[in-house]
Design a binder for this molecule. Structure first.
Ligand SMILES: [Zn+2]
Length: 353
């Protein structure tokens, strides 16, 4: 069920960028003027902050685009530590306003945003919460930088922003960061929290598949819609009205899929692969129906998750390796409204990490 939630946003962003490129290409003189304007402090120009940042970033992308962040969890979700290079470190208050808006509760002081050429941190998206963890200098060992949230940048969608702060015991050194771009650093994620998120996420696929197997032929225009895999609000949405009498049969089907210990595998598909599998309806599309190409992937192919024997779905999240590793899954409330249904669920035991 992952992926659908963020695809319309990507479609919007790509349209947005295209229109920016178009306006820039016919207004080179104005671009030069805008580039000059960006040297003025944003604090003095709050009204124009978003507009100026947008143009500044687009102009930057045209000349020296920052490298996309390689998403290592796409290929190996078992990585709990990873050594790479620090690309940028930026005080939170200096981020472009659209990127600041991604983080609802930044630390009050000493907050920075880090970027890297590659990351093991799953950024919030597709219904899955962000990973948490910490960053240290690889050598010599250093004070830890706590990562409390990772998100895809709005101004550079192929980049992952890692928000956090240095340990409170470390006095802020006159607002200067303790890391420097080019430093070798080690990323470490909270593996217990990741496992919990992966269990919740995979359980969402199992639930979606169980409902499809039971009700696809029973409900007119049935389809799987978006899903949330957040603790306390995990649920899958479906087109069509599902009566509460189906709660127990759904639970039994979920239990059957869990007990079958179905392997969860990752594949990389192009459009032809979707057609060959008879799954053209799953080719990610924007609101206007145009195909939405994936970000941060090799060769522009979509990452697809196959639960062997149950379902295939485009998905960028993290999963456990077999369905039984979800642990016990409880189907909760079945709600209905506006022609849609929402089936809540949770995994047991509760919060970990
Ligand atoms: Zn998934």
């Amino acid at each position: 069920m992952q992926g659908r939630g963020r695809l319309p946003r990507l479609a919007f962003l790509s349209q947005c960028h295209r229109s920016l490129y178009a306006s820039l290409s016919v207004n080179k003189n104005r671009l030069a003027a805008i580039s000059n304007i960006t040297s003025i402090s944003h604090h003095n120009l709050p009204t124009y902050h978003f507009q100026i940042c947008s143009f500044r970033v687009s102009a930057y992308r045209m000349s020296t685009p920052p490298p996309p962040t390689q998403l290592l969890f796409h290929h190996d979700a078992s990585l709990a530590t990873h050594t790479t290079t620090l690309l940028t470190i930026t005080p939170f208050s200096s981020l472009p306003a659209p990127d600041q808006s991604l983080f609802k509760s930044p630390p009050p002081t000493n907050a920075f945003v880090l970027t890297f050429p590659s990351t093991i941190f799953h950024p919030q998206g597709g219904g899955q919460p962000s990973d948490e963890g910490h960053i240290t200098l690889t050598s010599p060992p250093s004070v830890a930088f706590s990562v409390i949230s990772a998100r895809h940048s709005i101004t550079n969608p192929s980049q992952v922003l890692h928000l956090g702060f240095f340990a409170p015991s470390v006095p802020p050194p006159d607002e200067r960061p303790l890391f420097t771009p080019g430093d070798q650093i080690t990323q470490t994620i909270n593996a217990n929290l990741r496992n919990y998120h992966s269990r919740l996420h995979t359980a969402g696929h199992v639930l979606g598949s169980a409902v499809r197997h039971l009700l696809e032929s029973q409900i007119e225009d049935f389809d799987e819609l978006k899903a949330s895999h957040f603790p306390d609000s995990a649920a899958c949405e479906f087109m069509g009205l599902i009566d509460s009498k189906w709660k127990e049969p759904i639970q039994e089907k979920v239990n059957e899929f869990l007990a079958a210990k179905m392997p969860v595998e990752v594949e990389w598909w192009d459009e032809e692969d979707f057609r060959r599998e008879g799954l053209e309806r799953l080719i990610p599309r924007g609101k206007d129906g145009e195909v939405v190409k994936p970000e941060n992937t090799d060769g522009g192919r979509w990452r697809v998750v196959r639960i062997v024997g149950a379902e295939v779905y485009p998905c960028g999240g993290t999963h456990v390796e077999r369905t039984d590793l979800c642990g016990e899954v409880r189907v909760r409330k079945v709600g209905r409204g506006k022609g849609r249904s929402r089936v809540g669920y949770g995994v047991v035991p509760g919060l970990e990490g």
